[in-house]
Design a protein around this ligand. Structure first.
Ligand code: NAP
Ligand code: G4F
Length: 345
């Protein structure tokens, strides 16, 4: 019997990589997508063609839905009767969460509760549940952050995700549900959303490389992040649900870099060296070859409250799940640039 997985947030970065991984493992995958005024399936189009439109035996199905809609969620779970649910749906942008705090709480916090309640009431099968928690929950706690680090979120996003994380633990302990959270540090890929910093940097660097008239407008250059590759991280999601008992795990590369270092790496890959001038919101980056401004700090991208340093320690995942990241930051940057070079051809 093929296993059935239900994935929320299927149209997002991780939704694509997880669906691809599960389909390659012979799962039947059901994805929940939101209705939008324009079609936003571009990441999963290829998978849909291969595993639905052109397949003799179909194994990839899409359903309209929204984690803010209890009836929709409970009806889908009843109908699909999945073995595993991966909750990737979220308003996932930290800065946007300051502008839409209530919606973020509803989707990222209460959305988790809605799924857990449906699982609790589901009688046909014991469903395993994975929650995509985040290192943003650690907020101001000092690195390296582990499973036992104090949670001190600094954004509405972090607070909403912490509710989702905690309610997952409470449902596990109170009702014996196989429910667990991966505490995911930043992970990127060529399919990363365009307003996250790595993708934004890569897109701008390639535009400058091609046309020489692009300036990267950027926020906090000194923030430190632990950046991995989404492909490695979705494998871990699956591994966690194959364990005998549910537990939470930190998923990270254990290495960290500043935003400025990420910029330098990216431009250097394209043969461009940067010289920095000025301080704080007056800082600029010049192309060493021709003194053109190619990076400029813009206060618009500062956050009301910033998480300065994230660096995880994923030794529990290494020991108990035999998981470790396989793609280095340099490989990630190279892959993102090569993808962008093709797109902007
Ligand atoms: P993403 O690219 O922003 O994808 C988020 C997905 O959630 C999209 O498919 C989005 O649909 C969907 N979504 C948003 N609101 C929804 C709602 N109310 N109901 C149903 N679906 C909704 O994020 P990602 O990078 O793949 O991340 C996946 C998950 O991991 C998220 O929960 C995120 O918070 C968490 N996480 C990510 C990272 C990271 O570094 N990538 C780190 C820690 C945790 P649309 O396409 O319609 O917008
Ligand atoms: O790429 P970012 O927007 O990612 P952030 O805020 O760390 O959040 C991501 O990782 C979390 C896990 O830690 C996830 F839970 C969350 O869903 C998301 O995937 O920003 C990274 C850093 C920040 O410190 C930000 O202030 O880059 C800094 N930054 C500087 N300039 C910028 C910019 N971020 C963005 N998005 N845009 C800028 O222009």
């Amino acid at each position: 019997m093929k296993k059935i997985a239900l994935v929320t947030g299927i149209t997002g970065q991780d939704g694509y990589y997880l669906a691809e991984f599960l389909l390659s493992k012979n799962y039947i995958v059901h994805g929940i997508k939101r209705r939008a005024s324009t079609i936003n399936n571009y990441r999963i189009d290829g998978l849909y063609k291969k595993y639905y439109e052109k397949a003799k035996v179909k194994s990839f199905f899409l359903h309209y839905g929204d984690v803010t809609d209890s009836l929709n969620i409970s009806q889908l779970i009843t109908k699909i009767n999945p073995d595993e649910i991966y909750n990737l749906a979220a308003q996932s942008h930290v800065k946007v969460s300051f502008e839409t705090p209530e919606y973020t709480a509803n989707a990222d916090g209460l959305g988790v509760l809605r799924i857990l309640e449906s699982i609790k009431r589901h009688k046909k099968k014991k469903i395993k549940f994975y929650q995509a928690s985040t290192s943003e929950m650690f907020g101001e706690s000092k690195p390296p952050q582990t499973e036992s680090t104090y949670f001190a979120p600094k954004s509405p996003y972090g607070a909403a995700k912490l509710y989702g994380h905690w309610i997952t633990k409470i449902y596990r302990e109170s009702y014996g549900i196989f429910a667990c959270s991966g505490i995911l540090f930043n992970h990127e890929s060529p399919l990363r959303g365009e307003t996250f910093v790595t993708k934004k940097i890569v897109m701008s660097a390639v535009k400058y490389y091609r046309k020489k008239n692009e300036i990267l407008e950027i926020g906090n250059l000194n923030a430190v992040r632990d950046w991995g590759h989404a492909k490695d991280y979705v494998k871990n999601m699956w591994l966690m649900l194959q364990k005998k008992f549910p537990q939470d795990y930190v998923i990270s590369t254990n290495k960290s870099y500043t935003v400025k270092e990420f910029i330098e790496k990216t431009y250097k890959f394209l043969g461009i060296n940067i010289i920095w001038k000025g301080k704080k919101d007056k800082e600029i980056g010049l192309d060493k070859k021709n003194n053109k401004i190619i990076v400029r700090v813009n206060k618009k991208y500062f956050r009301p409250n910033e998480v300065e340093i994230l660096r995880g320690n994923s030794k529990k995942a290494k020991k108990e799940l035999k998981w470790k990241p396989t793609i280095s930051l340099n490989q990630l940057v190279k892959e993102m640039i090569e993808y962008e070079l093709k797109l902007q051809n």
